[in-house]
Design a protein around this ligand. Structure first.
Ligand code: TYM
Length: 335
């Protein structure tokens, strides 16, 4: 059975980008693959969260995973920092990762531009840690959104490079995965770019119905088309992209037609969009709080998931250490 792995950073709540770009695929993949899904708490340290808030951030994503339909009977669900083998593989992969290629990563360049005062080494080697997450389970498929495509390409490069450097076949090359043809980019409601936690343009799985309606009704549009079949400005095209993600084809066709014959009323489109978002997210929202507060359940889920994840990670690391040439005097590499 092919191995699937993916994860989300523990920064804030999950939004529609996380859900439609990643989580919805995780849920669909659970029945047909050997699945590992985790919370990337080490990755979230690049932005220096306060220690008092750190654990609740992890617990939030865990509760939102489970409320969305991740099933601990089907998938190994765990927290990155509970699997120390990941960090060891990260160190080893750092030795075959080069400054130049890391500096060229788009996400690194964006972060440097956004936060010039916090260009830490963890930020630079972020894709190496991500490759360690994937390669430690020898994953074949990695469900992610479009923004992670370059990181996945780097994980493939490292898998190939490790195998050839150490003349072994330890790692398969992981592939980015989406059920549709292309990876998804969910746009924000503010007229340009993608929906993101730090962009402040998100609709969250935990949002109240009234909040969702308010956010959608405030979305950026324009005065409307004056010529039939006009090209769409980005803000309007983004609303149609969102509609395409959450609504039926009939609904999308109806509003496309009214755009093309210049009778569209953006207020109606937004009302429909808000309603269809609510249909998807409110059943999830209804479960989040109860799961968040059920400490015993969360512990059981993570205990099971971590056991499976560590078993797989230890087995890979044993092969890796052998390939690199470790022979511990203390017998660590003997088994
Ligand atoms: P993160 O936490 O930024 O995002 C988690 C997942 O959500 C997807 N996503 C989106 N997809 C479509 N449209 C959007 N607007 C949108 N915003 C977010 C992301 O593509 C991602 O799949 N580096 C990763 C976490 C990670 C990871 C890994 C993922 C760490 N190790 C190993 C896969 C495998 C990240 O920062 O995701």
């Amino acid at each position: 059975m092919e191995i699937v792995l993916s994860g989300i950073r523990s920064t804030g709540h999950l939004h529609l980008g996380n859900y439609y770009g990643a989580l919805r695929n995780y849920i669909k993949m659970q029945d047909n693959y050997d699945c590992f899904f985790f919370i990337a708490d080490l990755h979230s340290l690049t932005t220096h969260p306060h220690p008092d808030d750190f654990h609740s951030g992890v617990r939030t994503i865990l509760a939102e995973y489970l409320a969305s339909g991740l099933d601990p009977d089907k998938s190994a669900i765990f927290v990155q920092s509970d699997v120390p083998e990941i960090s060891e593989l990260y160190v080893l992969l750092n030795m075959i990762s080069y400054k130049g290629e890391l500096e060229r990563t788009t996400s690194f360049k964006d972060k440097v531009r956004q936060n010039p005062d916090n260009v830490n080494a963890g930020l630079l080697t972020y894709p190496v840690l991500m490759a360690a997450d994937i390669l430690i389970h020898r994953a074949n498929l990695v469900p992610v959104g479009k923004d992670q495509e370059q990181h996945l390409e780097f994980a493939r490069v490292l898998a190939r490079r490790f195998n050839s450097f150490y003349n072994c076949e330890v790692f398969p090359e992981p592939k980015a995965f989406n059920f549709g043809d292309d990876l998804v980019k969910v746009p924000g409601l503010d007229g340009s770019g993608k929906m993101g936690k730090s962009e402040g343009n998100g609709v969250y799985l935990c949002d109240e119905e009234s909040t969702i309606r308010k956010k959608v009704m405030k979305a950026v549009t324009d005065a409307g088309p004056t010529e039939p079949n006009s090209p769409m400005p980005e803000a309007v095209a983004n609303l149609f992209t969102l509609l395409g993600i959450v609504s039926t084809q009939d609904t999308v066709d109806h509003f496309k037609e009214s755009y093309n014959n210049c009778t569209i009323r953006y207020g109606d489109l937004k009302k429909q969009l808000a309603e269809d978002i609510c249909k998807q997210t409110l059943p999830i929202k209804a479960k989040i709080e109860q799961i968040y507060n059920d400490e015993e359940f969360l512990k059981r889920v993570v205990k099971r998931g971590t056991e499976r994840a560590r078993e797989s990670a230890v087995a890979t690391l044993r092969e890796v250490r052998k390939a690199v040439g470790f022979r511990s005097f203390l017998g660590f590499d003997d088994k």
